[in-house]
Design a protein around this ligand. Sequence first.
Ligand SMILES: *[C@@H]1O[C@H](CO)[C@@H](O)[C@H](O)[C@H]1NC(C)=O
Ligand SMILES: *[C@@H]1O[C@H](CO)[C@@H](O)[C@H](O)[C@H]1NC(C)=O
Ligand SMILES: *[C@@H]1O[C@H](CO)[C@@H](O)[C@H](O)[C@H]1NC(C)=O
Ligand SMILES: *[C@@H]1O[C@H](CO)[C@@H](O)[C@H](O)[C@H]1NC(C)=O
Ligand SMILES: *[C@@H]1O[C@H](CO)[C@@H](O)[C@H](O)[C@H]1NC(C)=O
Ligand SMILES: *[C@@H]1O[C@H](CO)[C@@H](O)[C@H](O)[C@H]1NC(C)=O
Ligand SMILES: *[C@@H]1O[C@H](CO)[C@@H](O)[C@H](O)[C@H]1NC(C)=O
Ligand SMILES: *[C@@H]1O[C@H](CO)[C@@H](O)[C@H](O)[C@H]1NC(C)=O
Length: 432
Amino acid sequence: MTLGERRRPRRTLAGVVAAVLLLLLLPRAAEPRTLLSLDDFGAVGDGVANDTQALVDAWSAACATDDHSFLHVPAAKSYLIWPVTLTGPCSDETKLFISGNIVAPESPDDWPESDRGKWLHFQGVRDLSVSGGGVIDGRGQQWWERSCNTPHNETENCTNEAAPKALHFEDCQGISVKGITLQNSQQSHLTFTRCSHVEANYLRVTSPEHSPDTTGVLVVSSRNVHIMDNLISTGDDCVSIVGNSTDVRLRAISCGPGHGISIGGLGENRSYHRVEKIKMDTLFISNTENGVRIKTWPDGCGTARKVKFGDILMKNVSNPIIIDQHYSSNKIPCGSKGGSAVTVGEINYVGITGTSATERAVTFSCSDAAPCSRLTLENVNLTMADGQNASAYCHQAFGKTVGVVLPESCLGKGDFVRQVAGQGDDGEDDDR
Ligand SMILES: *[C@@H]1O[C@H](CO)[C@@H](O)[C@H](O)[C@H]1NC(C)=O
Ligand SMILES: *[C@@H]1O[C@H](CO)[C@@H](O)[C@H](O)[C@H]1NC(C)=O
Ligand SMILES: *[C@@H]1O[C@H](CO)[C@@H](O)[C@H](O)[C@H]1NC(C)=O
Ligand SMILES: *[C@@H]1O[C@H](CO)[C@@H](O)[C@H](O)[C@H]1NC(C)=O
Ligand SMILES: *[C@@H]1O[C@H](CO)[C@@H](O)[C@H](O)[C@H]1NC(C)=O
Ligand SMILES: *[C@@H]1O[C@H](CO)[C@@H](O)[C@H](O)[C@H]1NC(C)=O
Ligand SMILES: *[C@@H]1O[C@H](CO)[C@@H](O)[C@H](O)[C@H]1NC(C)=O
Ligand SMILES: *[C@@H]1O[C@H](CO)[C@@H](O)[C@H](O)[C@H]1NC(C)=O
């Protein structure tokens, strides 16, 4: 087993440095390990040749070894990879060390019909860490252009077809993605679907402000997810949490431009979504459409509860604090046509300061069918960018304020809500 670059004498020094780095970075150095390089499997890395098979073969080899395996994507090269699914579980821990660039084909026409939603797709993998300082570039320009979410005139065609999720982990456990750059994704940059024990730290995630649907980190029905120390600037949400997700922690994230941090849309097409135990703090959100948002579809089921947004600095954010339930006055129960019933409750906003790009800094637009309950605003101070007072809007929103709250809160008192929420609630105990 060798590290790459051997065939190129002029890179010897870089090779040695890389090898030393690898050794330094490997924990528990005494354990057996297998070192592999993508180049050993015939990858060319010139950005033109199709290196997909090399990646597939390298992954199979790394995955099959009985000891810790270490798969290196060499620096200063660009590996063109077609949509691919890499499956697990592997025999032991796997480390994917990306020092170079992994790039996607530019034309959507190059995507096989059966694979259009995916690019780098990991399925059923356990104990994988991805790191290395390299770049995963979706080169999504042509996907954005054809998306109907980009403005088009009548003579131009567009499509509602979902573009590929760039780096997608599905049904995975023990995944760590650290210290790489994800950019210009066709759709969401980094997605976790039905995963647990996930870390996504020290990432740089960027795409243009007007690239459609390019969510930074998308968490779908996953639990125990830590997203920390990231710089995210995309055309859609910096982080979006949907499905049945629980125990998600965000910390030290710089977000913007883009659409901000979002829980939801929950309950699309009358589906059941339950998002709870979400904690975020130390966020800097600037020049985004929303700051922290909870969004539910009118005819869905489920709940968003036990959420804490703390220590957030907003700068020129259009909707710094927003809950949007697309309120409907229909009282038909959850799942029935026309009834809004994704419940929203126990949401705490603590220590949120900064500026709003619009006059209305706080929007609690809740539904008549399922009013928002137990909202807490504590030490909130949002003003307009020009220093003027901002305002708050409430519809069917109940809760309390603690400390200084500016703009002055319009929350209704909570007692009434306890009763209303009690009727629709699942009766689960509260820890507050
Ligand atoms: C690239 O290689 C992969 C794996 O061999 C193959 O499935 C795919 O069709 C190739 N793409 C092109 C455009 O040749
Ligand atoms: C529509 O867009 C096409 C391509 O961008 C452009 O050539 C054309 O002039 C546009 N038509 C109108 C009516 O704006
Ligand atoms: C739009 O789509 C139609 C049908 O697929 C096709 O015939 C036409 O050439 C397309 N127009 C443009 C401008 O791409
Ligand atoms: C969430 O969980 C519920 C109940 O377990 C299930 O019915 C629903 O399909 C799940 N939703 C998603 C998006 O997985
Ligand atoms: C919701 O339903 C519509 C219409 O059937 C469909 O186009 C859309 O893709 C569905 N959305 C989801 C997230 O399933
Ligand atoms: C503030 O946000 C608005 C709306 O997004 C934008 O038009 C404006 O340029 C921003 N101002 C600054 C100083 O960035
Ligand atoms: C709220 O923030 C504004 C602008 O930063 C500041 O001038 C003001 O003193 C703050 N008010 C309180 C009560 O902290
Ligand atoms: C702005 O809000 C502060 C605090 O609530 C209030 O004292 C002041 O009169 C308001 N200014 C204007 C112009 O409404």
